[in-house]
Design a binder for this molecule. Structure first.
Ligand code: TNX
Length: 477
């Protein structure tokens, strides 16, 4: 049954017999959500086998792929059971998300060519962590809608459920804000290296959110504050200290020079408007306020700022996420910090906070694989496929244990990333390892076993047209 699944399911028991998809096979689904997932499955099967399966809304017993939402399986909000016998394939889950993940597993069980035969067995699966994400920095270089959709398609296959979009930075503001239009009419006009930049209209962004939602992915918007704000400061002179001129747009890569004006009420009017508009576009729970590398903000101002922004985010009904630096301030209970380089997260945990793990030396998709990588940075070292796989969130920091951690995220900063091919080359295959760390049980995980599974899985990346890095540590089939 197992065909080198990534992420590895919690339990797989193989059995005799096999299911053969043929022209008479039907997909049975009973609820509006599972019918939508069934339609996605029809497309996948068509792409692989050329067969055009029909969907029946109701039961049938033979030659059927059954997708059912059932309360009887206690596998959490995202878990599923998948069984394969000669008569049927059955995917069962308490929630639609679980059905969706069962279908992602089924995709990987289908052979890439030839007859669509799937070996018998039972998979019982659920994720280790509820937050499994990737981040795309659309501020340093802007990426068009199709590129973001491609990233969504690819991360969904590996059961990731969050796409964090780094929407603003010194080099550009990438999301239309109706009440402050100059943020995009001016602030989006360039990017690192001086290219033309770009931005998403609110309609574009809503389309991305919906596209992600159909793949059970929540878009986590980040507005990076109070540093990393040159594009905003350049767009609105009044956001600068009184009398100070607005800075020019910035196309370099050095960071830590910009800050919002902390002791000015207009700053908070601005932020209330921005958070309100972004929150209104966000069906998910989270709002990321950045908070990293605010080297131009005085420490006492940083405290003041965090107190204000937490209230603003709360007033718009969202849960705040910030980069680990916010752990140095007084946090509201339930605040989430994103670890990247230090152990500031411990200070957040001591205040009742939770952690997303993105250790730069392991999980940053913009670190070079090794010195010879044509793209990427090395400030956190290099991270080959083994290094980005061989670590565990629960033993990352003293004083931060499994229960304090909501998950993992693989950020791709885009200072050196210009095209979709660049994105694919840096994310793949490392992202698969991060997805597995977020989903699969920690026990028994080993590089020696994973590298074989990954080697065989390479053909699937090829079939998907992914320009992945053929890391020489893996004996690609
Ligand atoms: C650090 S990680 C940053 C980003 C850069 C990145 C490059 C973090 C929270 N801040 O501004 O793009 O390094 O790797």
């Amino acid at each position: 049954m197992t065909r080198n699944l990534i992420p590895l399911p919690a339990s797989v028991v193989e059995s005799e017999g096999e299911f053969r998809i043929n022209a008479q096979t039907v997909i049975a689904a009973y609820t509006p959500e599972t019918v939508k997932i069934a339609a996605q499955l029809v497309e996948l099967v068509r792409a692989i086998t050329g067969l055009d399966l029909s969907i029946v809304e109701g039961d049938t017993t033979d030659n059927v792929i059954r997708l059912s939402e059932s309360g009887s399986l206690d596998l959490g909000a995202e878990g599923y059971g998948l069984s394969v016998t000669p008569q049927h394939i059955s995917i069962e889950a308490a929630q639609p998300a679980g059905v969706f993940y069962g279908v992602q597993t089924l995709r990987q069980l289908l052979p890439l060519t030839g007859e669509a035969v799937i070996g018998g067995g039972i998979i019982t699966d659920q994720p280790r962590f509820p937050y499994r994400g990737a981040m795309l920095d659309v501020a340093r270089h802007f990426f068009p809608m199709e590129v973001v959709k491609r990233v969504i398609d690819l991360i969904a296959l590996y059961k990731m459920n969050k796409l964090h979009l780094h929407l603003t930075d010194d080099q550009g503001w990438r999301l239309e804000i109706f009440s402050w239009p100059n943020l995009t009419t001016h602030g989006s006009l360039t990017q690192v290296g001086g290219g033309e930049g770009g931005y998403y209209t609110q309609a574009d962004y809503a389309e991305l959110v919906a596209y992600a939602q159909a793949r059970y992915i929540e878009v986590v918007p980040e507005i990076d504050l109070p540093g990393h704000t040159n594009a905003a400061l350049s767009s609105y002179p009044d956001l600068n200290p009184d009398g100070a001129p607005a800075p020019a747009l910035y196309t370099g890569t050095e960071v830590g020079f910009s800050t919002l004006t902390i002791n000015k009420e207009l700053t908070y009017t601005f932020l209330d408007d921005v958070v309100r508009e972004v929150a209104a576009l966000t069906p998910g729970d989270y709002f990321h306020i950045g908070g990293d590398e605010s080297h131009a903000t005085k420490p006492e101002d940083y405290q003041t700022f965090l107190a204000r922004i937490q209230q603003i985010v709360k007033s718009h009904g969202k849960k705040l996420i910030g980069w680990e630096e916010i752990g140095q301030t007084e946090l509201l209970p339930g605040t989430i910090v994103q670890q990247w380089f230090s152990d500031f997260s411990r200070k957040a945990v001591a205040q009742g906070g939770k952690v997303i793990c993105s250790p730069a030396s392991r999980a940053y998709m913009d670190m070079k694989y090794d010195e010879s990588s044509p793209l990427g940075l090395t400030w956190a070292g290099t991270a080959n496929t083994q290094q980005s796989y061989e670590w565990d969130p629960a033993i990352l920091m003293e004083g931060v244990s499994e229960a304090d951690i909501i998950g993992v995220e693989a950020p791709l900063w885009s200072e050196t990333i210009l095209t979709v091919k660049d994105i694919e080359f840096m994310m793949f295959p490392r992202l698969l390892g991060i997805a597995e760390i977020g989903w699969s049980p920690a026990s028994g995980r080993s590089w020696d076993e994973y590298r074989l599974r990954l080697a065989a899985h390479g053909a699937r990346l090829v079939a998907l047209g992914v320009s992945f890095y053929r890391d020489p540590l893996v004996d690609w089939a």
